[in-house]
Design a protein around this ligand. Structure first.
Ligand code: IDP
Ligand code: MG
Length: 149
């Protein structure tokens, strides 16, 4: 089953929205596989956002993501990458669909509350970057047959 790396960014943590984000993903039927509350090192931030190096928002982005703790998670499910992106909403909160996290709680792209993997391939790479294999919890959820066909 597909895995998505999800992070409640420092603004989401500071605003008390960890529970809100988790609730929405749980309600959707996605399955929590790993979670840790942590400070992001400069090195981890730079590796995670390597693709954006050289862009005008890169330096502020690294500063933002290392400025306060984040909630890093892995969520699993059929089509999990697309499902999580949809629940989080488009990168720019003013372009995010009503009902999405970024729409409902955000205004500015530089304070858009969450991260979610944008492809299956990046999902795998990000899960491996942020978590040790031993931190991934494989578990049977009793409602699985009522959520997964
Ligand atoms: P994503 O988080 O929806 O995948 P990306 O384009 O990968 O969006 O950008 C990574 C992050 O960089 C965004 O979530 C946002 O925090 C920040 N960012 C992207 N574009 C801008 C911008 O134009 N100004 C400020 N920050 C930006
Ligand atoms: Mg991205």
């Amino acid at each position: 089953m597909e895995k998505s790396f999800v992070m409640v960014k420092p603004d989401g943590v500071q605003r008390g929205l960890i529970g809100e984000v988790i609730t929405r993903l749980e309600r959707r039927g996605l399955k929590l596989t790993a979670a840790k509350f942590m400070k992001v090192s400069q090195e981890l931030a730079e590796t995670h956002y390597e693709i954006h190096k050289g862009k005008p928002f890169y330096a502020p982005l690294i500063k933002y993501i290392t400025s306060a703790p984040v909630m890093a998670m892995v969520w699993k499910g059929p089509d999990a990458v697309a499902a999580v992106r949809q629940t989080m909403g488009a990168t720019r909160p003013t372009e995010a669909a009503p009902g999405s996290v970024r729409h409902d709680f955000g205004l500015e792209v530089g304070r858009n509350l969450t991260h979610a993997s944008d492809s299956v391939e990046n999902g795998k790479a990000e899960v491996a970057l942020w978590f040790d294999e031993s931190e991934l919890v494989e578990w049977g959820r009793s409602i699985d047959p009522w959520v997964f066909e």
